[in-house]
Design a protein around this ligand. Structure first.
Ligand SMILES: [Zn+2]
Ligand SMILES: [Zn+2]
Length: 346
């Protein structure tokens, strides 16, 4: 079968290769992949700029949906022909306290698809029955493949953060996760929803407006913090969702957040922050991380997609598997927020 493989360390070491169809264990499910989203982490591996351990060669991709081709001997919940989507942890230990309590996204030995296990930018992928979900009728595969980034946002906005209707909410970074944060924050009827990006983000900021942002700010040459503080009573946002990750946006978040407000950090940034966190103490504000997602979040996001309350497709563009380079490069140059590979098309 065809697969998009990151074959060795170094920039640009990705190509389409012929690889064997995976063998199934008794509790595994083989999916004929119909759509696989390109994630920022796939682009980092493409450039060899990722800040996490990887196995190479590895088939990329962890955001995917398709049709069940075959199931292992002990699988009961799925059969050939089912339309499905799968979560991202290819392996978890199943014995640590996080696995035992359904918080397996926090399992210290978790191995993700497309990073430490072969992923879904291929004609077939092997996954575990425990993390497969039925895709409700009416959700196309391209949309189902984006359940994953929607769940990242869902976890950050509705699990780790608290929004009350009327709250002032700010999203830093109009990438796929930031844009999905906009859609999910909208479900809580915020009083004002502002998205901050840069001049390079023009197209993605337009999508933010389409997704319901009240206002977008291109940060260049502007005093973002005083603009954020100029709305309403002047005390700043109740909630800031940081989907960028560099220390500059964390500094702006801390300077702008409302006393007793919250900052939820989703974006990664390996560099030390380099400034004092004292304002966080003085404001009694809460800074928290959010990572990945788990089973019930997927079920809820799929229900909301089926109802049309979440729809990531306007931020995406589709490509056949042989056009993977255009898919990676065009997303990388911010022509659109999300590329989707269709592995059954050349
Ligand atoms: Zn991803
Ligand atoms: Zn575990």
């Amino acid at each position: 079968m065809k697969a998009i493989v990151n074959y060795e360390a170094g920039p640009g070491r990705v190509e389409v290769r012929e690889v064997p169809v995976p063998e199934l264990g008794p509790k595994d499910v083989l999916i004929r992949v119909q759509a696989a989203g390109v994630c920022g982490s796939d682009l980092h591996m493409y450039h060899d700029s990722q800040g996490f351990p990887v196995k190479r060669p590895v088939t990329l991709g962890h955001e995917y949906a398709g049709v069940v081709e075959k199931v292992g001997s002990l699988v009961t919940a799925f059969k050939a022909g089912d339309r499905v989507v799968s979560e991202t942890p290819a392996y978890i230990c199943e014995t640590c306290i996080y696995c035992r309590t359904g918080q397996y996204n926090l399992c210290p030995t978790r191995r993700g698809f497309g990073v430490l296990e072969d992923g879904a930018m291929a004609q077939f992928v092997k996954t575990r029955e425990a993390i497969v979900h039925h895709v409700p009728d009416g959700i196309p595969f391209e949309m189902a493949a984006l359940t994953e980034p929607a769940c990242v946002a869902y976890n950050a906005v509705s699990h780790h953060s608290r929004i009350r209707p009327g709250d002032y909410v700010v999203v830093f970074g109009p990438g796929p996760i930031g844009l999905m944060c906009v859609q999910i924050a909208k479900l809580f009827s915020p009083g004002r929803l502002t998205v901050v990006g840069t001049a390079r983000d023009k197209k993605r900021l337009e999508v933010a407006l389409q997704f319901g942002a009240d206002e977008v700010i291109e940060a260049e040459g502007r005093d973002v913090v005083s603009e954020l503080l100029s709305y309403g009573d002047g005390f700043g946002p109740d909630l800031i969702l940081d989907a960028v990750g560099v220390s500059a946006t964390l500094k702006q978040s801390i300077d702008a957040v409302r006393p007793n407000g919250q900052i939820t950090k989703i974006g990664w940034g390996p560099a030390p922050v380099g400034f004092s966190l004292d304002p966080l103490i003085q404001k009694a504000a809460r800074l928290q991380g959010s990572f990945s997602h788990n089973y019930p979040m997927w079920e809820k996001v799929l229900l909301m997609m089926a109802k049309g309350e979440i729809n990531p497709l306007p931020m995406a563009k589709c490509y056949g598997i042989d056009d993977w380079k255009a898919a990676f490069d065009e997303m990388d140059s911010l022509q659109h927020a999300k590329s989707i590979i269709l592995p059954q098309q050349s």
